[in-house]
Design a protein around this ligand. Structure first.
Ligand code: SAM
Length: 183
């Protein structure tokens, strides 16, 4: 079974958790990741890697002594990303993104959080738990980078972060907005 079919199957199994019908394109990955200062980042957190499309590119760009914490809740995607990624800098965690603090012990140490979570289809409490956990993990100059398929998250993220910058790419299915948020 191809990667796209596997992805679609997971969507039909749990639409609210997966929130997308296909893996993101390289174009969206570029738009997301150009906002990360890989040269100077020591701790990066990825939320919702799916089959690992962003994970692999991040590891190519990360410094040799940097660390990547990857949170994936879905069993099938966790297995896929674990077998795709074999890099001592990456820790693939089979747990909810809400629990960042259980793994990234020291608050205020992350340089970037790269999130693909379907935030606006999450129940309100889960959304708040995830975004607050990410906010706590980031240091003062850290960035929270999130893609969504609508502008619905704008007001929500502006309520949590001091600055929210939005970019758009049509080269994804569906087209996507990239939110880059600073503390
Ligand atoms: C829209 S998909 C994005 C997948 C991939 N990053 C991409 O862009 O193609 C959302 C991902 O978030 C994962 N996810 C959903 N809720 C989660 C949670 N609470 N904690 C961690 N991962 C979660 C899903 O299983 C899925 O892999």
């Amino acid at each position: 079974m191809g990667a796209k079919t596997k992805f679609l199957r997971q969507f039909f199994k749990d639409r609210q958790m997966v929130g997308a019908v296909a893996p993101s394109t390289k174009f969206l990955a570029e738009k997301m990741l150009k906002n990360v200062d890989f040269e100077n980042s020591k701790v990066i957190i990825e939320l919702g890697p799916g089959n690992g499309v962003f994970t692999e590119i991040m590891l190519e760009r990360m410094a040799p002594d940097a660390k990547l914490y990857v949170f994936e809740l879905n069993d099938e995607f966790y297995n896929q990303v674990s077998s795709r990624i074999n890099d001592p800098r990456a820790q693939i965690i089979h747990d909810s993104a809400e629990n960042i603090g259980n793994y990234v012990k020291e608050a205020g140490t992350a340089d970037a959080v790269v999130s693909s979570l379907p935030l606006m289809v999450f129940p309100e409490q889960l959304r708040a738990n995830v975004v607050n956990a990410a906010h706590t993990a980031l240091h003062n100059k850290g960035k929270y980078i999130q893609f969504q398929y609508s502008l619905q998250s704008k007001r929500y993220l502006e309520g949590i972060f001091d600055d929210v910058n939005i970019q758009f790419t049509i080269r994804n299915l569906p087209p996507a907005f990239v939110y880059t948020c600073c503390k």
